[in-house]
Design a binder for this molecule. Structure first.
Ligand code: ZN
Length: 284
């Protein structure tokens, strides 16, 4: 079951909570912008180094296999040479030409085997040389990248440590506000914020326009927004719209408005009073 907010908020309070959440999250965004691309750059470098290390490991395995193959060919040559020596000794004790020729063929065969092995040894040696060079280059490259990474990490740490406390405070604040709002709205807020390039999910209406996308908002809609009795989204960008005085409760605004009206009314009344007195005086 979805977690219920401690206190059910009315629409105005919901809008205010969303607006406050936006303020806090925008502060967090500002800090992140300050930190810039550094975290991404660090991540990219770490990935690159990991990739290079995997490649080197593979190359090293291949190199070890080549060295083992090379060793095998040397052993094959030794064995062939031993056989040749054996056959040559046997040739000294043959009973006829046929046996001598058969042994000669064997010797010839072993000599060919040795030649073949030598050819393979040359090939393997050249491959080994290539692999060793490639490993050496990759290793130097990795060392350079690691130095870059260290520098970037130091830089990032410096920036992070400066803002860490502030960020933690803001994150806690954001979390607290989120908990006061019903989950459905928080999800919508997060979705809109995720899609918006400037991280704005809640936009105020200023100069008759949405602050998120700067499109004009029709007067009737602006009135609805000012009434604060339903959640209105911008029909162009989908952001949640609030009036620019959202921080002040409607009752306070209404009271201020009533006071202003009363003052105007009083001024008007005084004016007419003066006028009538003047008029009366004139007729006397
Ligand atoms: Zn908009």
């Amino acid at each position: 079951m979805a977690k219920k907010a401690n206190k059910e908020l009315n629409v105005e309070e919901k809008l205010q909570a969303l607006y406050n959440l936006q303020l806090v999250d925008s502060e967090i965004d500002k800090i992140e912008i300050l930190r810039g691309e550094l975290p991404l750059e660090v991540q990219d470098l770490e990935d690159e180094i990991a990739g290079l290390e995997t490649r080197i490991t593979k190359q090293q395995t291949a190199l070890e296999e080549l060295v083992a193959d090379l060793k095998g060919k040397h052993i094959e040559i030794e064995e062939a040479q031993m056989l040749i020596t054996k056959y040559e000794e046997q040739q000294n004790n043959v009973r006829n030409n046929r046996e001598f020729d058969a042994l000669s063929k064997e010797i010839e065969f072993q000599k060919l085997e040795i030649e073949l092995c030598e050819k393979r040894i040359r090939e393997f040696s050249s491959e080994i040389k290539n692999k060793e060079e490639s490993i050496a280059t990759s290793t130097t490259f990795i060392e350079d990248r690691k130095k870059d990474l260290e520098l970037k990490k130091v830089e990032l740490n410096e920036i992070t440590s400066e803002t860490q406390k502030e960020e933690a405070n803001l994150a806690a604040k954001s979390e607290k506000i989120m908990q006061s709002i019903e989950e459905r709205l928080v999800t919508a807020y997060k979705r809109i914020r995720g899609n918006a390039r400037n991280g704005l999910a809640v936009a105020t209406v200023e100069r008759d326009s949405c602050r998120g996308c700067f499109n004009k908002i029709p007067p009737q809609r602006q009135l609805d927004i000012r009434m604060r009795n339903k959640i209105t989204v911008c029909e162009y960008c989908g952001r949640i719209l609030v009036d620019k005085d959202i921080e002040t409760p409607l009752v306070v605004l209404e009271k201020q408005l009533a006071e202003e009206m009363a003052k105007k009314e009083e001024a008007k009344l005084k004016k007419t009073k003066r006028k009538t007195t003047r008029a009366k005086k004139a007729t006397k």
